[in-house]
Design a protein around this ligand. Structure first.
Ligand SMILES: CC(C)(COP(=O)(O)OP(=O)(O)OC[C@H]1O[C@@H](n2cnc3c(N)ncnc32)[C@H](O)[C@@H]1OP(=O)(O)O)[C@@H](O)C(=O)NCCC(=O)NCCS
Length: 174
């Protein structure tokens, strides 16, 4: 299955497919901040967002496709404020059927490669992950992310308060 997967930067024409993937992930796992309600965005809004991402030197959106279907997404989302625009937030989601095939590893490698490359001025990558999400935490540790803090009650899932880990990786010299 893994051999048929294609990785590429998202294009505006992916908008509908992106929203479909996010809706799927939202109902498959409680590990995302987005709940089962899914993404509350229109296809037009998503289209414009991807257009803006393509122009941005702070944000990078990667998709993994199995034939025509998006089955994975990984993003570095840069901040606009001048005092924070060296920081990129990471998020990643892969459809459950495709977990454990090292797609997460490949996508994280590609994000980090972009962050270290000439198109980016990022100096710090950060992410939050539920403490109970062992698979994701191991992936991030393997990529070189370090635990900075554990935030008690960092998220509430079905009325249960959960610990959330803040992890980071520094990029290049300052
Ligand atoms: C977390 C996620 C991105 C990982 O992607 P993946 O393609 O399944 O991960 P990989 O196959 O590349 O495995 C990455 C590492 O996870 C660890 N891992 C794999 N299976 C595991 C398991 N059953 N339990 C714990 N850790 C596991 C391993 O360390 C593995 O690296 P290794 O094979 O080199 O040892 C994916 O499972 C996912 O999208 N989950 C749902 C959404 C989510 O949790 N996103 C992150 C929110 S912060």
């Amino acid at each position: 299955m893994r051999d048929t997967i294609i990785f590429r930067e998202a294009i505006p024409g992916d908008a509908q497919n992106v929203l479909k993937h996010l809706q799927r992930i939202a109902s498959e796992t409680g590990f995302m901040t987005m709940g089962a309600e899914g993404p509350s965005k229109t296809i037009e809004a998503e289209y414009k967002e991807i257009e803006a991402i393509l122009e941005s030197d702070k944000t990078f959106l990667l998709v993994a496709l199995d034939k025509e279907e998006i089955i994975g997404m990984a993003e570095i989302h840069g901040k606009d404020q001048p005092k924070l625009n060296h920081i990129g937030d990471i998020s990643i989601s892969i459809a459950q059927e495709y977990w454990g095939l090292r797609l997460g590893t490949t996508m994280m490698e590609k994000l980090i490669e972009w962050a270290k490359g000439p198109s980016s001025n990022l100096k710090r990558l950060e992410l939050t992950v539920q403490a109970r999400n062992e698979r994701a935490r191991r992936l991030y540790e393997k990529m070189g992310f370090e635990l900075e803090a554990i935030m008690p009650r960092g998220v509430k899932d079905n009325g249960v308060y959960l610990d959330v880990c803040l992890m980071s990786m520094m990029i290049g010299e300052i």
